[in-house]
Ligand binder design. Structure first.
Ligand code: SF4
Length: 354
C-alpha cells in the first residue's frame, strides 16, 4: 500500500478555491508568460514583495523578453537591479537568457529537467516555472511553503535540512499528479498561504482553508513549528571608504570579476579602520593629490555571511585629470545615474541632498 497522501483531494480543492478568491494582485501574476514567472521568482529570492513590485515593472518594461535581456549591457542591467541586492542573480539571469537564445530559440523549455540544467535555475525556480507557467505537476518549495507544510504535518525536524525540502517536493509532486489539481493554482496557493495567513510570526488559522487537519493549529504549536537551526554568526569586517573627489567629479572604482559584489561600482574602500592620516596616505598612494579630508557618517551593511562596518572620509583633491580603469571620475549627476550596490546607499544619499 502506498504512503498516505500529503493532502486529501478536498483539502487541495479548498486551498485552490481560497486562493482564487483571495489572491493578491501582483504584476507578474496570471500573465501566462514563463519569462515573467522566471524574472519575478529570481527577484523575489531573499527580497520582499513590496521591494520587488516597482523594480519588476520597470525591468519588464525595458527588457520585455528573453532576447532583450540577453543583449542588455551589464551596467544597464545593474542599474535595473539596483536596490535588490545579491547582484549575482542578475548576472545569472542574463547568462541564462543568452543560453536560451542560442539553444532554445529564446524561450524557456516546458520541461522540468531541462530547466534545472540552465545557469542560475535550481530545483525551486525550475518547479515554479514548470508549474506556474506550464501547469506541469512539479513542486516549488520555498521557505513559505516549507513553513505551511511543516505546520500542517506537525513536522519538528530542522527545515534547513535539504532532506526535509526533498521529501515535501516528492510528496507535492505525487499529490499534484494523483489529484488532478491544477498545478499552477495549487503551487501559487501554497506560496500565497505562507506569505499571508501562515506567516512567520503569526498564523491566522481562523481563516485558513487547511485548518481542519492542521497539526500545528490543533496542538497549538504554530510558535514552535517550523524549527529552524541557527545560522553561523556573520563575520564583522571593518572597512574604510574614501570618497575621493575634486570640485566637480567623484572617483569610483569597479570591483574585480569575482567575489563579493563582483563587477560592481564602489567608492574606493579598504579593509581596516583608517585614521585620517592613514586615509590621506592611502589616497596619495593611489596617485591623487589630497588637499582636505572630512569625516562622513559611519554606516553598516549586512550581507548573508558578513557585515561591513564602514567609516568613511571625503578626500578633496586638486583637479582630477588623468584616471585609468578600474577607476572612473563621474560628475554628481552621473554618480546618481550609476548602479551602486545598496552597501553604499548612505553615501549616495549624502551627496544627493548636498
Ligand atoms: S491552520 Fe494555521 S498553522 Fe495550519 S496551515 Fe493554516 S495558517 Fe498555518
Amino acid at each position: 500500500m502506498g504512503r498516505k497522501m500529503l493532502l486529501t483531494k478536498d483539502e487541495g480543492n479548498s486551498l485552490v478555491a481560497w486562493y482564487r478568491e483571495n489572491k493578491r494582485e501582483l504584476p507578474w501574476r496570471d500573465t501566462g508568460n514563463a519569462y515573467h514567472v522566471w524574472v519575478s521568482e529570481i527577484m523575489l529570492q531573499q527580497t520582499r514583495i513590496e521591494a520587488v513590485r516597482e523594480k519588476y515593472i520597470r525591468f519588464i518594461e525595458e527588457l520585455p523578453d528573453i532576447e532583450s535581456l540577453a543583449a542588455v549591457p551589464d551596467d544597464r542591467l545593474m542599474k535595473l537591479w539596483e536596490g535588490l541586492g545579491y547582484y549575482s542573480r542578475a548576472r545569472s539571469l542574463k547568462k541564462c537568457a543568452q543560453t536560451l537564445v542560442s539553444e532554445y530559440g529564446a524561450g524557456l523549455p516546458a520541461d522540468h529537467e531541462a530547466l534545472k540544467k540552465l545557469p542560475g535555475i535550481g530545483p525551486y525556480t525550475a518547479g515554479a516555472i514548470a508549474s506556474i507557467a506550464y501547469d506541469l505537476p512539479h513542486a516549488a518549495v520555498d521557505g513559505n511553503v516549507l513553513r505551511v507544510l511543516a505546520r500542517f504535518t506537525g513536522l519538528r525536524d530542522d527545515i534547513r535540512d535539504p532532506a526535509v525540502r526533498k521529501s515535501f517536493e516528492a510528496q507535492l509532486q505525487e499529490y499534484m499528479t494523483a489529484s488532478g489539481v491544477r498545478p499552477s493554482d495549487f503551487t501559487q496557493a501554497l506560496m500565497e498561504l505562507g506569505e499571508t495567513l501562515c506567516a512567520v510570526r503569526s498564523a491566522s488559522c481562523g481563516e485558513c482553508p487547511l485548518q481542519g487537519r492542521c497539526t500545528a493549529f490543533r496542538k497549538d504549536l504554530t510558535k514552535e513549528i517550523p524549527y529552524r537551526s541557527k545560522l553561523k554568526e556573520r563575520r564583522i569586517v571593518e572597512r574604510t571608504l574614501l570618497v575621493v573627489r575634486d570640485h566637480e567629479k567623484f572617483v569610483i572604482r569597479k570591483r574585480g570579476d569575482s567575489g563579493l559584489l563582483a563587477g560592481l561600482f564602489e567608492f574606493i574602500g579598504t579593509d581596516g579602520s583608517l585614521s585620517p592620516k592613514e586615509a590621506l596616505q592611502e589616497t596619495e598612494k593611489l596617485g591623487f593629490q589630497a588637499m582636505k579630508i572630512m569625516r562622513l557618517p559611519d554606516s553598516k551593511h549586512i550581507f548573508s555571511h558578513l557585515e561591513w562596518h564602514m567609516k568613511a572620509y571625503e578626500v578633496l583633491c586638486g583637479e582630477i585629470t588623468e584616471i585609468r580603469e578600474p577607476y572612473f571620475a563621474l560628475k554628481k549627476k552621473e554618480l546618481q545615474d550609476t548602479a551602486f550596490p545598496s552597501a553604499f546607499q548612505t553615501y549616495l544619499k549624502w551627496y544627493s541632498v548636498r
